[in-house]
Write a protein that binds this ligand. Sequence first.
Ligand code: COA
Length: 325
Amino acid sequence: MSLFQSLKKKIVGKNIPIVFPEATDVRVLGAAVRLRADDLVEPILLGNPDEIRALASSRGLSIDEITILNPSDYPKKEEMVSAFVERRKGKVSSEEAQSILNDGNYFGTMLVYMGIAEGMVSGAIHSTGDTVRPALQIIKTKPGVSRTSGAFIMMRGERERYVFGDCAININPTAQELAEIAIESAKTAEIFDIEPTVALLSFSTKGSAKAPEAQKVIEAAEIAQKLAPHYQIDGELQFDAAFVPAVAEQKAPGSSVAGKANVFVFPEIQSGNIGYKIAQRLGGFEAIGPILQGLNKPISDLSRGCNEEDVYKLAIITANQSLAK
Ligand SMILES: CC(C)(COP(=O)(O)OP(=O)(O)OC[C@H]1O[C@@H](n2cnc3c(N)ncnc32)[C@H](O)[C@@H]1OP(=O)(O)O)[C@@H](O)C(=O)NCCC(=O)NCCS
């Protein structure tokens, strides 16, 4: 069974409510209609209903059975404002909250926080920062996780499937944060039916180079092994030592991960972001993500260059993440 067949099977008929703040974008609207028609999620569209209906009818899309909520005319707005002010603990006044919650990403994130939706998919017309910031402020990270991070599922055909993290959020994580990213990346792998073998990547393998950058990765591997002894985690490893069995034998004999890794954890965002794009553009891998990990509830960030299919797939992933928690 293909990855998406398997992910769809887990959510079909469950009516998991997923909120789409960018419903006036045709890619998002088209995906929401397909998701409903395929009985995969229960979309909640945000925006001006007249505008959304006009767009749907101009594209021949039927949205009769889909819920539309207008942030500027929402019956439970007062309840939402109070919950938001309470959650932000003195950081926003009621007046500020009234105005902030007209923003679709804040409004959508509050629907998830209040349990009206189980997840959110946004970012087709918003930057990563604008999409993710409300989640960091409202949904927050799970106990034991100090930083949310962004992983990519890298796929080529049906047989090659890897997790790359963090390629999207933390600019320069500490050793402790990197350890948490490694563990969360392992959990993400499990959602995608990948049994995780986690390599913390570096330019050095098992002490071959001495530098603070490599030392951070060594420490992160030690912390991660202590925090999650049930996972196979090792580092520091160069990519070839992590991935190629013959190189692993040479450079890291005795490592339970070297030569077998399928979850690759990058030391900071530059190598992570560059690395996934090289695999995508030179290696012909499909990059699915970033999948935000470590949050209490799933919030997903689309790329602004996304198409309808990307929105459709990310919503399926988001619904699956909501089951995993
Ligand atoms: C994600 C990002 C936008 C957050 O930065 P920010 O908006 O400046 O966030 P702030 O520092 O103002 O923090 C806002 C809140 O989020 C929290 N926060 C910030 N980063 C966090 C993280 N990685 N995990 C968990 N919480 C985080 C802060 O603690 C703060 O909480 P508080 O308001 O309750 O005290 C920022 O890390 C970023 O721009 N990362 C790179 C994104 C990017 O360009 N990626 C490449 C393309 S995919």
